[in-house]
Design a protein around this ligand. Structure first.
Ligand code: PLP
Length: 387
């Protein structure tokens, strides 16, 4: 039985073009990119090509891209740099209540050191209100961190408006503005250069690149204190020999994502809408979480009354269908999604929710199969819950 993979917000399969580029580089490139001899220069040139590809996808200058081991590291790096650069009167971090754990846990670590963390609430539909955000800013705010799009609900935030609200003061004097664009990249057009942000984070494995490589995009001229210290790699911004093959794969994945952005958005949205139409028609007591007009093209988060999402997930898995009952990093725990709770769903509703996320390789037949399977599985799980 081949799996029907509807968990592309957790991670995505490698595109063959990406695997081929990585494979070719693995046997061809031997030098350390920091070496000044010809073999080092060849490796360095491959990294610089990838830097151009990554920068192009997000509308940044290549010199603004710093490769990291993942987006978790990029997020932590931004927070460390923002805190290190803040004036002593700025000791507050403003983070979204529905942000990814990599932001929330990094912020919590600063809280343990005596900083305050203020949580920006999300509305029932999963969005932020720029006026509410502006009201939470103060002269104590050192960092504002926002998700461009939420990993669990797909809620797309009005980043341009939110950034304008957060930038009440000139960049040098105001808070550091960081945006986690991990889920938005490859699904939405991004224009880093136009937003006046300080930094933005990306992850290769969310856009059909390899796992274990990410990037922090850091605006030119922003004072920066590195998180990892050591050698002079990444122009002194991130020490450690670069993940050469990962970076090459990341670059190719970004180039493909840029070329295919509009086509993917259309295709994914059609698959997601097909799935929701089937679920809502065939299963009573279902609700879509988030504003359908402002949701990532590939994401569907659904509450199915009377089910335990974790049990339904297992039942689907036995049928070869892979979905998520929250963020991948939270799987294995029975904690309900903090994102859905932040949106005001009750515990039972949050526990009764599943996330379906489509991507490359998903087709209409697979979606039909899931729609055909779900009603019986839901009935069984609902029956089990009543016993
Ligand atoms: N930010 C968001 C919104 C994510 O969805 C994820 C991964 O789930 C991350 C950050 C962390 O990315 P990585 O796996 O590259 O550390």
């Amino acid at each position: 039985m081949s799996a029907i993979y509807l968990d592309h917000n957790a991670t995505t399969p490698l595109r063959p073009e990406v695997a081929e580029a990585m494979h070719a580089a693995a046997s061809r490139l031997v030098g350390n990119p920091s070496s000044t001899h010809r073999l080092g220069a060849q490796t360095r040139a491959a990294i610089e090509r990838a830097r151009v590809q990554v920068a192009s996808l997000v509308g940044a200058d290549p010199a603004e891209v710093i490769f990291t081991s993942c987006a978790t590291e990029a997020n932590a790096t931004a927070i460390v740099a923002a805190c290190a650069d803040a004036s002593p009167r700025r000791r507050e971090l403003l983070v979204g209540a529905a942000d990814h754990a990599s932001i929330l846990e990094s912020a919590a670590a600063w809280e343990e050191r005596g900083w305050s963390v203020v949580s920006a609430p999300v509305a029932r539909q999963g969005g932020f209100d720029p006026d509410a955000l502006r009201a939470q800013l103060s002269e104590r705010t050192a960092l504002v961190s926002l998700l461009w799009a939420n990993n669990e609900t797909g809620a797309i935030h009005p980043i341009a408006e939110l950034c304008a609200a957060a930038k009440a003061e000139e960049r040098a004097a105001g808070p550091w503005i960081h945006v986690d664009a991990v889920q938005a990249a490859g699904k939405l057009p991004l224009a880093f250069g136009e937003l006046g942000l300080h930094s933005l984070s990306l992850s290769a494995h969310k856009l059909n690149g390899p796992k274990g490589v990410g990037a922090l995009v850091l605006a030119r001229g922003v004072p920066f204190v590195p998180f990892l210290r050591g050698g002079p790699q990444e122009r002194g911004h991130r020490a450690g020999t670069e993940n050469l093959l990962g970076i090459i794969g990341f670059g190719v994945a970004c180039a493909l994502a840029e070329d295919e952005l509009a086509a993917r958005a259309e295709r994914y949205a059609a698959l997601r809408d097909q799935l929701w139409a089937g679920i809502s028609k065939r299963i009573a007591g279902t609700r879509r979480n988030g504003d359908p007009h402002s949701t990532l093209c590939n994401t569907l988060n659904v509450t199915i009354d009377g089910v335990d999402g974790a049990v339904l997930l297992e039942a689907l898995d036995l049928e070869g269908v892979c979905v998520s009952a929250g963020a991948a990093c939270a799987s294995g725990s029975s904690d309900p999604s903090h994102v859905l709770l932040a949106m005001g769903l009750g515990l039972a509703e949050a526990r009764a929710s599943l996330r379906f996320s489509v991507g490359v390789g998903v087709d209409e037949r697979q979606i039909e199969r899931v729609i055909a399977l779900l009603p019986d599985l839901v009935q069984r799980v609902r029956g089990g819950a009543r016993q």
